[in-house]
Design a protein around this ligand. Structure first.
Ligand code: FE2
Length: 284
């Protein structure tokens, strides 16, 4: 006989966008980006076919890691459809209000680094984050604009995305803890050693297409995450350029973890597919 207690349910959609259903019924959407034209090269490698804001089931909160186009392309539609509370770093809050000016002001919830905030269904702890190197200037970014959405209204938010980057830890009402880490390590390995989350969402660590090399990079994060489960994100480039590469790499990382006695496992998430995490007790 088995006794199940549901911890959390989530699905990876695209880039760093997840729909996360909390045990109290509230839903968080992270970095909404999935539906944009597939015309230029970057749109093609970041794209997802056939998923629209109408497919998002619910959204009480949006949490933004940063505001580059591949993290906010569909934020406007999400705001229109669900009127969520949008949790973002203070540095981008005023520009969000300026861009989505029909939003109620208290629907924007600015937070700072190393803060703790309480919401219905979760506690949010924030950490300084750093984007992977941006080898261009403010001037260049403002000239180029957001090449993902192609929406000129997002130019400034997109540019600020290279400045403000926020990692965080969600602690749910049942004690389940999920860390969300984009960009560079920026001290997260040190923090995770004491946080010891149940689950760590982590973006793609490198751009290589070498199974063994990339599997070993994930293995090293699995070890450093001090978590039970690692959930990879922002690897749609692999899915679009070499289908099957990510599944093979994640499988190899799990084999290596088994061989080396590392406790964490990586979940080879398929985009838009729901996954439930439960704590299960059974007689042995
Ligand atoms: Fe970015």
């Amino acid at each position: 006989m088995a006794f199940n207690s549901k911890s959390v349910k989530f699905r990876f959609i695209n880039c760093q966008c997840f729909e996360i259903k909390l045990p109290n019924g509230k839903t968080i959407v992270t970095d909404p980006c999935y539906d944009f034209p597939h015309e230029n090269k970057i749109q093609k490698v970041f794209g997802l076919d056939g998923f629209h804001t109408s497919d998002i089931e619910a959204c009480d909160y949006v949490i933004l890691n940063h505001t580059h186009g591949d993290h906010i392309a569909n934020l406007g539609e999400i705001i229109e459809r669900f009127s969520p509370k949008v949790i973002c770093h203070t540095g981008v809050a005023a520009e969000l209000a300026e861009t989505y000016r029909d939003m109620e002001l208290t629907s924007i919830y600015p937070v700072d680094y190393d803060g703790v905030c309480y919401f219905d269904g979760f506690r949010l702890e924030t950490f300084h984050g750093e984007h992977k190197p941006q080898r261009f200037t403010y001037r260049k970014s403002m000239e180029d604009g957001d090449v993902i959405s192609g929406d000129p209204r997002l130019t400034r938010l997109h540019t600020l995305g290279g400045l403000f980057n926020m990692n965080y830890l969600l602690t749910l009402d049942n004690g389940f803890r999920a860390a969300f880490i984009g960009g560079t390590d920026d001290g997260m390995t040190e923090r995770l050693r004491s946080i010891r989350p149940n689950l760590a969402f982590r973006n793609k660590l490198a751009n290589d297409m070498d199974v063994e090399k990339v599997a070993r990079e994930w293995l090293s994060f699995m070890k450093d995450s001090w978590s039970q489960l690692v959930v990879p994100m922002h690897f749609e480039v692999w899915e679009n350029m070499q289908p099957g590469f990510s599944a093979e790499t994640f499988q190899r990382a799990n084999e290596l973890a088994e061989e080396e006695g590392i406790l964490a496992r990586i979940l080879p998430v398929e985009r838009t597919k729901w996954y439930g995490i439960h704590m299960c007790a059974e007689e042995e």
